[in-house]
Design a protein around this ligand. Structure first.
Ligand SMILES: [Zn+2]
Length: 496
C-alpha cells in the first residue's frame, strides 16, 4: 500500500502543473545549501507554487502563479471557451467533460477533447493497480480485500463508484484512502479530482471513546440552550468518524498545509447511498499541537496558566467540534417557507457554522462532564475543575492558532466572533502585560447560551423607569396618533 502510495506523489505533481516533472528533476540536481532549501520547499508544496503565498512561484522559471486550472486543462483555456464548448456537446459527454475523473486536452488542430484519467495516466495507474492487488492478496480482512480489488479495477476502468461504496464498508485495522478525490486544485471550475493517498492505522481506543460520546448526541441536542421548537427531536444518522494514526500520506494529501481531518468521498451518488466517512488523523493533530499550539500558548498565556494547555482536551474538543456540526437547527421555517440556516446566512454561513461547531463542542463536553457518572463516561472523559480549566484554557490558546488562518477563512472568522464575545463577557481577559487569561465561571456561563441573559436584558432595559412613567402619565389628552382627512382628494373627486 505504501509502495502504491509513493507513486501517487509523482502523479499528483504531474496533475498540479505541466512543467512539474522536468522542473522537479532540475531542482534535485542542485546540492548547494540554497538548492537544498529549494528542494525541501518544493517537496513540501509538491511543486514551485507556495501554498502559504497564494500559490505564487518561489522559483524564477515557472509561471508566476500556479495556473488556475492546474494541468487538468490546456493552460491557455479560459472559462468562457470551456463553457461554450461544453454546452454544444451531447449531454453524456457534457457530464464527462465536467466530471471528476477526466482531463481536457487540446489537439494539434486546436480542438478540445475529453480524456479519462485511465487513459491520460495509464502507465502510472497500471503500476498502482498491480500493487493494490498484491496488497489484497496479503490481507485476510474481507472488507479491506474487497476495497483494494475494487479500487484497482477503478483505476483502470475509470469508474470509481463501486470502490467508493466498498471504501465506506472497510472495517479493518489498516485504513487506506487511495484515489482521485478533492477538487481544490482545479481553481478554474472545481471539477477535477487530484490523486492522494493516506495509509492509516485505526486507533481503536479513540474510536471507541468517540462512539461513547456519539451515543449521547440526542440528549445534548435536547438540552441545547435554544427554544425547544428549534431543537431536532430526531437526529439523522451521522457520518461515521474514525480516529486513525497516519503512517503515510502522498500527493494532494501531502502538500501545503497538512490535512488533520478529512471527510470523503465527495461523489454525491455515493453520499446519498452510503453517506460519507470522517477520518481524524490523531498523530497529525498531536504534531500541530506540539509545534504550533504550545509555542503560541507560551506567548499568549501567563506562565501560571500554560500548564493548563494539554493535548487531551485539544483533541477531545476537535472530536466534539466535528460531532457538533450535526447538532442544532438544520431545517428551519421562516414564515411558511422551509429553508436551511446555510441558505439564509449565505456568505456568513461558513463562519457561523464553524463558530457554532466550536461553541456547541464546548457545550457538549461540559454537558458530558456534568453528567459523566449517569452517562457512564468515567474513564473516557476527565471531569472536575481541573479538567474544565484545561478545556477552556486550551480552547482559548487554540483560538490564536485558528485566528492565524485569516479573516477570509471560515474557521478564522468564526473564531474572531467567539473571542470578541468572550472578551465582552469578561470570560477571556486581556492582561496589561499582553497575555490572556480565562475566568472559568464566566466562560462556562457564556458557553451555556444566553436565553436567560437575553431575557434579563429585556427585563432590565425594556421596563419603563419611574421618571418615564410619570412623564407618560402627564400626556393625557394628547392623541396617540392622527386620522387623516383627504380634503383635496375629496374636492377633486368626492367619494360616491
Ligand atoms: Zn468544522
Amino acid at each position: 500500500m505504501i509502495e502504491a502510495s509513493r507513486l501517487v506523489d509523482a502523479l499528483f505533481m504531474k496533475q498540479l502543473w505541466r512543467g512539474n516533472p522536468d522542473t522537479w528533476a532540475q531542482v534535485q540536481q542542485d546540492s548547494t545549501p540554497l538548492g537544498k532549501a529549494r528542494r525541501a520547499y518544493y517537496w513540501m508544496n509538491k511543486g514551485p507554487f507556495s501554498r502559504l503565498d497564494d500559490c505564487r512561484s518561489f522559483l524564477s522559471g515557472p509561471p508566476p502563479r500556479k495556473p488556475l486550472g492546474a494541468n487538468f486543462y490546456p493552460e491557455d483555456l479560459t472559462r468562457e471557451e470551456l463553457e461554450s464548448w461544453v454546452e454544444h456537446l451531447p449531454s453524456a459527454e457534457q457530464k464527462e467533460a465536467r466530471g471528476f475523473f477526466t482531463v481536457i486536452r487540446r489537439g494539434a488542430d486546436g480542438k478540445l477533447t475529453v480524456v479519462p484519467y485511465s487513459k491520460e495516466y495509464a502507465a502510472e495507474l497500471a503500476k498502482m493497480a498491480a500493487l493494490l492487488r498484491k496488497a489484497a492478496q496479503s490481507t485476510d480482512n474481507a472488507t479491506l480485500k474487497t476495497f483494494l480489488l475494487a479500487r484497482a479495477d477503478a483505476l483502470l476502468s475509470n469508474d470509481y463508484f463501486a470502490s467508493d461504496v466498498a471504501w465506506m464498508d472497510v472495517d479493518a485495522p489498516i485504513d487506506l484512502t487511495f484515489g482521485p478525490y478533492e477538487t481544490y486544485n482545479d481553481e478554474l471550475f472545481g471539477y477535477k479530482a487530484a490523486f492522494e493517498a493516506y495509509v492509516n492505522l485505526r486507533d481503536d481506543a479513540e474510536t471507541a471513546r468517540l462512539a461513547a460520546f456519539s451515543k449521547h448526541l440526542q440528549e445534548i441536542e435536547d438540552h441545547l440552550p435554544i427554544p425547544a421548537e428549534q431543537r431536532n427531536p430526531k437526529l439523522g444518522s451521522q457520518a461515521p468518524i474514525r480516529v486513525v494514526q497516519q503512517v503515510f500520506a502522498a500527493g494532494d494529501a501531502a502538500h501545503g498545509v497538512k490535512t488533520a481531518a478529512y471527510n470523503l468521498p465527495n461523489d454525491e451518488r455515493v453520499v446519498v447511498q452510503k453517506g460519507s466517512k470522517r477520518v481524524m488523523l490523531k498523530n497529525v493533530q498531536e504534531a500541530k499541537f506540539k509545534t504550533v499550539l504550545v509555542p503560541i500558548a507560551q506567548r499568549v498565556l501567563a506562565a501560571s496558566e500554560q500548564r493548563d494547555v494539554a493535548f487531551e482536551p485539544f483533541f477531545t474538543h476537535i472530536l466534539a467540534h466535528e460531532l457538533s456540526h450535526g447538532l442544532g437547527p438544520q431545517q428551519i421555517r421562516i414564515g411558511d417557507r422551509a429553508t436551511t440556516p446555510r441558505a439564509e446566512l449565505k456568505d456568513l454561513s461558513g463562519a457561523t457554522e464553524e463558530a457554532k461547531a466550536d461553541v456547541v463542542g464546548l457545550f457538549a463536553l461540559q454537558f458530558l462532564m456534568d453528567h459523566a457518572e449517569r452517562l457512564q463516561l468515567k474513564g473516557l472523559l476527565h471531569t472536575g475543575e481541573k479538567a474544565e480549566r484545561q478545556l477552556y484554557t486550551t480552547f482559548m490558546a487554540s483560538a490564536f492558532r485558528t485566528l492565524r488562518f485569516g479573516m477570509q477563512e471560515a474557521h478564522g472568522k468564526g473564531m474572531a466572533l467567539q473571542l470578541g464575545y468572550l472578551m465582552d463577557k469578561k470570560a477571556v481577559l486581556a492582561r496589561p502585560d499582553g497575555t490572556f487569561a480565562i475566568d472559568l465561571e464566566r466562560f462556562k456561563a457564556s458557553v451555556k447560551g444566553d436565553r436567560p441573559g437575553t431575557q434579563k436584558m429585556f427585563e432590565r432595559f425594556a421596563a419603563l423607569r419611574p421618571e418615564v412613567k410619570k412623564a407618560l402619565a402627564g400626556l393625557d389628552g394628547i392623541p396617540t396618533d392622527i386620522e387623516p382627512l383627504f380634503v383635496t382628494a375629496d374636492g377633486l373627486a368626492p367619494p360616491r
